[in-house]
Design a protein around this ligand. Structure first.
Ligand code: HEC
Ligand code: HEC
Ligand code: HEC
Ligand code: HEC
Ligand code: HEC
Length: 247
């Protein structure tokens, strides 16, 4: 710690103490609060150091909360083709969405079920074949990435009738998947306060372009209120409690 006051040619303290050559006594010229200065600065430093990564995640990372974030992928895989034109269900590849917190991205083997025969010679599929031969998984770049202090769970949503489309948009029209919704706290809470505005029947969670009236003849608010009852959606106090998402 710096002690520049010790070298002050004109000390402010009582002359008796100032005249003394004893450093130990001179230290008493610091006001009493100075004793707390170092611990206080230490605490502040620790605080800043622990908070920095958090700030970094929140403010600096381009992957967080940026609608439109669409990283380049190692394979030119198109959702518009597979989920759109070919009409494959999301769960064919994202097999775990109904059972676990995490929505698994398919292993290479899933692709080769078809691509061992379809477009088997395509250059675009070269990295897929290489991955299968070497056993090295394809390094897909994560599009969505919640900060670690937020708890999110896919199965909890999908099983209560929240559609993929509500949070991810028209994936069936995306050549490359990008983040479609803000995914920030205000956005989560908007639905947690009034889930009836968004709920759909469970068998329609992976449907794209779904509309309550077209599908059931009921308005979204009427159907949503009904489903909220049927699925026993938890009460607003639980849904908006801090510990539901920060645990
Ligand atoms: C043929 C397999 C397949 C099907 C069918 C499929 N996906 Fe995917 N999905 C992938 C692969 C591979 C990735 C990783 C590469 C990428 O991001 O494009 C992915 C990535 C995603 C991501 C981005 C994940 C991240 O990194 O944050 C979302 C969201 C997604 N899929 C949603 C859907 C939805 C919704 C459907 C149904 C409409 C669907 N997928 C159908 C294979 C598939
Ligand atoms: C159910 C079968 C099926 C599965 C599973 C499947 N695909 Fe496809 N894929 C197709 C079909 C059909 C086409 C279109 C072929 C055509 O244009 O004639 C295609 C086209 C492609 C193309 C474009 C190839 C080209 O040369 O134009 C790529 C790249 C591709 N798929 C990647 C993947 C990846 C990566 C996976 C695994 C995540 C995957 N596919 C899983 C059926 C499938
Ligand atoms: C309530 C909103 C919501 C719904 C509904 C939802 N997702 Fe997600 N999805 C998210 C969020 C938020 C993330 C980022 C999670 C993270 O980074 O921890 C994510 C991430 C993903 C990922 C990347 C892997 C992962 O789990 O981080 C895939 C793939 C995905 N979603 C597919 C789907 C599919 C397919 C469906 C429908 C069956 C679906 N999602 C429904 C919000 C949702
Ligand atoms: C479109 C509506 C909607 C959006 C958007 C949404 N949620 Fe939910 N969330 C729900 C519903 C419905 C439930 C189910 C409550 C129940 O179990 O009855 C739920 C439940 C949860 C749970 C409780 C899971 C459990 O196992 O206890 C967590 C945690 C959660 N959501 C986090 C989030 C986060 C974080 C976001 C934003 C990234 C988010 N949700 C966005 C509708 C939504
Ligand atoms: C429905 C889920 C959900 C609930 C409930 C929730 N949060 Fe959050 N919170 C989030 C998400 C998601 C983020 C990620 C921040 C972002 O990307 O905007 C976040 C971020 C934060 C942050 C970081 C600063 C910021 O604003 O980005 C603080 C602090 C915070 N929440 C406090 C709280 C408190 C206090 C409560 C209770 C009153 C609460 N949260 C309830 C989902 C939730």
């Amino acid at each position: 710690m710096a002690v520049p006051e010790n070298h002050d040619p004109a000390p402010i303290g009582p002359p008796a103490v100032a005249a003394s050559a004893d450093l130990g006594e001179e230290r008493f010229q610091f006001p009493p609060w100075a004793n707390y200065l170092f611990p206080a600065m230490l605490l502040l430093a620790i605080g800043v150091l622990t908070y920095l990564p958090l700030l970094g995640t929140l403010a600096l990372s381009p992957k967080t909360r940026s609608v439109g974030y669409r990283p380049e992928q190692p394979v030119a895989f198109s959702h518009a083709l597979h989920a759109g034109e070919l009409g494959m269900d999301c769960r064919f590849c994202h097999t775990t969405v109904e059972e676990t917190a995490f929505a698994a991205v398919p292993p290479t083997k899933t692709c080769l079920n078809c691509h061992a025969a379809i477009k088997a010679e395509s250059d675009l599929l070269q990295p897929v074949r290489a991955s299968f031969e070497t056993g090295e998984p394809i390094r897909w770049v994560k599009v969505h990435d919640m900060p670690d202090f937020v708890y999110f769970n896919h199965s909890a949503h999908v099983n209560k009738g929240v559609g993929c489309e509500t949070c991810h948009g028209r994936v069936d029209r995306m050549e490359e998947v990008g983040q479609d919704k803000p995914l920030g706290m205000a956005w989560c809470l908007e639905c947690h306060r009034q889930p009836e505005k968004f709920l759909r029947p469970r068998d329609a969670v992976t449907a794209m372009g779904w509309d309550a009236f077209a599908a059931t003849g009921k308005s979204q608010s009427a159907l949503g209120a009904e489903l909220k009852e049927t699925y026993h959606v938890l009460s607003e106090p639980f849904m908006t409690s801090c510990t539901t998402c920060h645990r």
